[in-house]
Write a new protein. Structure first.
Ligand code: DMJ
Length: 725
């Protein structure tokens, strides 16, 4: 069945999508050359106030509810009364109170009664109807934000207040949500958003922002909006508002030019933050000024797609060079410490994990390989090396039920394994499956001559890790996962490589069913394996597990992943709805019923979590995995050919049989380790920085870019928001 956009657009102007013709681009669609001049003095004294947007730090911020002033508490009490009325209405107990529920068109309770008939004939789930429920949840959340905090960058759905991160706002929530609106065919919301972008959005603001978060959310959001509107004209929420077709790319180019200031460092590794007006990079205030590894290495998909769209190679070159600096450090088994000094391009400490600050480095290895249609084997080689390293050093098993754990090595590979998983790690099951088949189904991939026993093992690993992530949800009182999970581990730990595919431990097949234990114990399987500490028990409505469910469904075709996704969605609807049903909020504990609300809605709730639910329940030919790559904020970009203009501007250094750099072996053996907690000035580090390799290009290449751009189309908070990721 071919994909049909969701029925019932919020409104429609017609089938054609027109351009106003206003553009800063020339006839070929390219921006005029030239990146704004960047300023040196990267460690200068230009720090203004506190820096926002540090990835995944801290994990916890105070619940909004405890600090609520009396007049807002009154509103909560009123909300409780309304909710009681709403529930009564739902169950038909106190129908005389039904007049109390006659509020917004977009409240959860009103919508629910009429259409939560989610099974079609014969008890088969009605997936279209379930996708519609997700769309409805998006509309509720977005309408709430529109009504109370339009243009703000953070939103508190209980207090009904918002806040800007920079004086004029960055469109943090609006821009991040654009492509979800498009996929859901929400034209009214999209037109409102486009008007705001056109009238209000300027990046020339004298304020610091996170290089990474601004790249993945804002640059990524603009680029995917451009992709969906330009490559699928008339399909995804077509609008006819007279605004330029090029608005998204114009904004993206201006933003990217400013972000590139962060890359003006001795090594080319970007600093953690950048001032959007001065375009000066600013080192992290913590961690001895080091950048997070994941942050420095998760801007490449965005910059490369922008380079492809505009024909401007500097975006490509600057982002690509970071990969060379990282790889030249020659970290054993492709596993990187989670901090890197931007001046030296050397790692800080030896804390290794695929959770916060480490995660999307690995994700972007395989996605860079797929983005350029498998024409850059260097990234596949790096991904394969990392996968082997993960299996060798990080995969262990829980007891008593043998869940597969993707653990951490907080003190380096030679020291103890820590059986801890951030929820963030749960992007990995889906990413492993994607890497294993390239995006086609397992059934198709198995028919290809290149399919090996190792591919089969990787799919099994993805399936086991998927079960581990899903059990993070099934073992809690709310059915939602905590931010961090620890595990009881075998003692001594048993590792992936202690086994073969025939005898490797597996968690129970039906692990989420209640076992009939002696004494009537009906706790979920996994209860004895999983440990959620009270300080880690919050849920920020993160996307990683539903993201993996989406990939696992598309790639394996196993309906259980859709079923699990539906249960997860129901838990979100039940436990993260604000009391009057007008929005959704992060919660403080997944093990308290009802869970206390944190009174915050992260932009990734709209950009990622609801988008992945929607895609999971929608037909598979909406954005086929073989045509697109999703950035780490769930923004889809097309896969494209390198063409004449672009190439991999670097090569991996030669390694010996043990994987060590051939020419560098001597140097490494004599070099002391970089110790965590020591700044660059106190530490002897391995200096591997080299002159930047810049891919050459000629003007003649531009013509090719025009073709390949079209090919792409054819083939293809304020502080708290930042603190959350
Ligand atoms: C998002 O901003 C991105 O997915 C990022 O890679 C990790 N953190 C959040 C979602 O949890």
């Amino acid at each position: 069945m071919a994909y049909a956009p969701p029925s019932g657009p919020t409104h429609r102007h017609g089938d054609s999508w027109q351009s106003s013709g206003q553009s800063r681009f020339n006839a070929n669609g390219y921006a005029p050359a030239g990146v704004s001049e960047k300023i040196g003095d990267i460690f200068g004294s230009d720090r203004k106030g506190s820096l926002p947007m540090y990835k995944d730090k801290p994990y916890q911020y105070p619940s909004g509810r405890r600090k609520m002033p009396w007049f807002r508490r009154k509103r909560v009490i009123a909300s409780i009364l309304l909710s009681v009325a709403g529930l009564s209405w739902w169950f038909g107990i106190l129908s005389p109170l039904s007049f109390l529920t006659g509020g917004s068109e977009t409240t959860v309770s009103k919508k629910s009664k009429s259409s939560w008939n989610l099974f079609g004939s014969g008890g088969v789930p009605d997936w279209d109807n379930r996708a519609e429920k997700v769309r409805e949840a998006f509309r509720v959340s977005f309408a709430d934000y529109e009504k109370h905090a339009w243009g703000d960058d953070e939103y508190h759905p209980v207090a009904k207040t918002g806040k800007k991160m920079v004086p004029n706002g960055l469109g943090w929530i609006i821009v991040d949500a654009l492509d979800t609106m498009m996929l859901m065919n929400l034209t009214t919301e999209l037109e409102h958003s486009r008007q705001w972008i056109h009238n209000n959005l300027t990046y020339d603001q004298d304020h610091d922002v996170s290089t990474f978060e601004t790249t993945i959310r804002m640059l990524g959001g603009l680029l995917s909006a451009h992709y969906l509107s330009s490559s699928f004209p008339g399909v995804y929420a077509p609008v006819n508002d007279g605004l330029s077709d090029d608005m998204y790319v114009e904004k993206a180019t201006d933003l990217a030019d400013r972000l590139l200031g962060a890359f003006d460092t001795q090594s080319g590794v970007p600093l953690a933050s950048v001032n959007l007006h001065t375009m000066k990079g600013i080192p992290s205030h913590a961690d001895a000024g080091a950048s997070s590894t994941a942050e420095a290495t998760s801007v490449q998909l965005e910059m490369k797609y922008l380079a492809k769209l505009t024909g401007e190679t500097q975006y490509w070159d600057r982002a690509e060079h970071v990969m060379k600096v990282v790889d030249d450090n020659d970290m054993p088994d492709g596993l990187l410490p989670i901090f890197i000094y931007a001046d030296q391009g050397a790692f800080r400490g030896n804390n290794i994990r695929l959770g916060s600050r480490g995660d999307s480095y690995y994700e972007y290895l395989i996605k860079q390989y797929l983005q350029t249609s498998q024409q850059e084997p260097v990234y596949n080689s790096m991904w394969n090396e990392s996968m082997a390293g993960i299996k060798k050093h990080l995969i262990t098993y829980s007891r008593p039920s043998n869940f597969t754990i993707l653990a951490e090595r907080p003190n380096g590979l030679d020291n103890a394994i820590s059986p801890k998983m951030d929820h963030l790690v749960c992007f990995m099951p889906g990413t492993i499956a994607l890497a294993t088949t390239g995006g086609v189904s397992v059934a198709q991939a198995r028919k290809q001559g290149s399919w090996t026993a190792e591919h089969e093992e990787n799919i099994q690993l993805a399936e086991e890790l998927m079960k581990t992530c899903w059990a993070m949800y099934t073992i809690t009182s709310t059915g939602l996962a905590g931010e961090i999970t620890y595990f009881n581990m075998h003692d001594p730990p048993v590792m992936y490589e202690d086994f073969t595919s025939d005898n490797r431990p597996k968690s129970p097949r039906n692990f989420d069913r209640l076992p009939n234990l002696p004494g009537g114990d009906s706790r979920p399987i996994g209860t004895d394996d999983y440990i959620i500490k009270p300080n880690d028990a919050h849920n920020l409505q993160r996307p990683e597990t539903v993201e993996s469910l989406f990939y696992m469904w598309r790639i394996t075709g196993d309906t259980k992943y859709r079923d699990w996704g539906w249960k997860m969605f129901e838990a979100f609807m039940k436990h993260t709805a604000v009391l009057d049903g007008s929005g959704y909020s992060s919660i403080s504990s997944v093990n308290i019923l009802p869970p206390p609300l944190k009174d915050n809605m992260e932009s990734f709730w709209l950009a990622e979590t609801l988008k992945y639910f929607f895609l999971l329940f929608s037909p598979n030919d909406m954005l086929p995995l073989t045509d697109v790559v999703f950035n780490t904020e769930a923004h889809p970009f097309p896969r494209f050919q390198l063409g004449k203009l672009f190439k991999t501007g670097w090569e991996r250094k030669a390694r010996d049989a043990e994987g060590k750099l051939v020419q560098e072996t001597q140097k490494h053996e004599g070099a002391p380790a970089v110790l965590d907690g020591m700044g660059p000035q106190k530490t002897e580090t391995i200096h591997l920085t080299e002159t930047r390799a810049v891919a050459t290009s000629t003007l003649a290449d531009v013509e090719t870019t025009a073709t390949t751009t079209a090919e792409g189309a054819d083939t293809a908070s304020a502080q708290s928001t930042m603190l959350a990721t």
